[in-house]
Write a protein that binds this ligand. Structure first.
Ligand code: NAD
Ligand code: DAU
Length: 359
């Protein structure tokens, strides 16, 4: 079996659902269920005997180690993290605790467990750490895309905590020989994406008749990848990646934020037209994110060349699927947008300086 951390979050739940569709191998899904973890994402596998959900914190090394000894995973796929840059600016402590201390605890538990395996099991074991392109920092418009050898230059507490966790993982391979793999992926979008992030926030605010907040001038560039393509890349790296190696994963879809908002609004205009006006009329420019990285872009040649992975979705097909999913799953959005979510939205947007209107 495999042991997944953070499998109730956005990418983790997509990965678990995908895994159970394409493999008979059971999954232990270990997740703290923070505000970002949602068991509704896993409703379709709640009765599936191959899926065991365990609520817990990766910082709890003894508990994790006991679970390893009990379930004997052949691999750990580590998604659990605090993942939202804006939250890391307002409160970095949780990022240090989960992303750095949590990854350290998990590595220690994995190392102890790995030491109990026989030679063949040790050889076959994998610790796959899911990381981000944000560790490389910000690109200028003419700079080449990030490769696996681009120096780390994280700029936010979130990316700094992910960079630290990547370094710890690397050190466990070099020092102890733990068979680790690291993936550094660009911006994901798709089903079950928590509506604090740009794509689901724009779709859900648009449908709720609320403002669509664009930070600064909206010209920051991200490299967008449909989440199922990221999950396929992780499966492929787990299957054929070389221990100790890093793999960049990206969609070759560089888009300015304002363009993303326009594409989402145009899809909504087509699929769920408003009675009056266009969705982009709701766009507003608001004060920028402090330390906002200007551009990310991934060079994914290594994973294509060595492991044969390339994305299946284009930006157009992936965004269309995503908008359709949100239109068909408005109950999911409504449930998420209650409780703690409201507190966050007030903290991040109410009182933020408005710089102008989109239209
Ligand atoms: P998410 O915030 O949607 O989900 C994180 C999950 O981790 C949640 O289910 C949460 O309950 C769980 N979790 C948090 N702290 C925990 C702890 N201490 N112990 C156990 N579980 C805990 O995040 P996501 O967007 O799905 O990202 C998953 C991983 O992928 C993260 O490591 C993130 O850095 C990385 N990543 C994300 C993106 C992206 O665009 N979302 C891109 C590249 C890499
Ligand atoms: O690059 C990978 C990273 O992508 C992941 O490691 C992170 O976990 C994930 O959250 C994401 O980080 P970003 O900061 O790029 O994603 P977010 O959706 O928060 O923002 C995307 C862009 O949109 C970014 O330039 C900020 C901008 N933005 C975001 C929000 C929430 C806005 O203009 N308005 C908003 O309200």
């Amino acid at each position: 079996m495999i042991f997944v951390t953070g499998g109730a979050g956005f990418i983790g739940s997509n990965f678990v659902l995908d895994w159970l569709k394409t493999s008979d191998e059971p999954v232990v899904n270990f997740d703290k269920l923070t505000y970002a973890g949602n068991l509704e994402n896993l409703k379709s596998v709640a009765e599936d005997a191959r899926h065991l959900f365990v609520r817990g914190d990766i910082v709890d090394r003894e508990r994790v180690h006991a679970l390893f000894l009990e379930h004997k995973p052949r691999a750990i796929v580590h998604f659990a993290a605090e993942s939202h840059v804006d939250r890391s600016i307002l409160g970095p402590g949780a990022f240090i605790e989960t992303n750095i201390n949590g990854t350290f605890s998990l590595l220690e538990a994995a190392r102890a467990y790995w030491g109990t395996l026989d030679a063949a099991e040790r050889e076959a074991f994998r610790f796959l750490h899911v990381s981000t392109d944000e560790v490389y920092g910000s690109l200028n418009p003419e700079d080449p895309a990030f490769t696996e050898t681009t120096p780390y230059a994280p700029n936010s507490p979130y990316s700094a905590s992910k960079a630290a966790s990547d370094h710890l993982v690397r050190s466990y391979h070099h020092t102890y020989g733990l068979p680790t793999l690291v993936t550094n992926c660009s911006n994901n979008y798709g089903p079950y994406h928590f509506p604090e992030k740009l794509v689901p926030l724009v779709i859900s605010n648009a449908l709720a008749g609320q403002p669509l907040p664009i930070y600064g001038d909206g010209m920051q560039v991200r490299d967008w990848l449909y989440v199922a393509d990221h999950c396929a890349a992780i499966r492929r790296v787990l299957e054929a990646g070389v221990p100790g190696q890093e793999y960049n994963v990206g969609g070759r879809n560089e888009k300015a934020n304002i363009e993303v908002v326009k594409v989402l609004c145009a899809l909504l205009d087509e699929l769920s037209p408003k009675q009056d006006g266009k969705y982009f009329d709701q766009a507003i420019f608001v004060a920028d994110r402090p330390g906002h990285d200007r551009r990310y872009a991934i060079n994914a040649d290594k994973i294509a060349r060595e492991l044969g992975w390339t994305p299946r979705e284009t930006f157009e097909t992936g965004m269309r699927k995503t908008v359709q999913w949100y239109l068909e799953n408005q109950d999911w959005v409504a449930n998420v947008r209650s409780g703690e979510y409201r507190t966050w939205i007030e903290g991040n947007y109410v009182g933020r300086e408005q710089l102008g209107r989109g239209a």
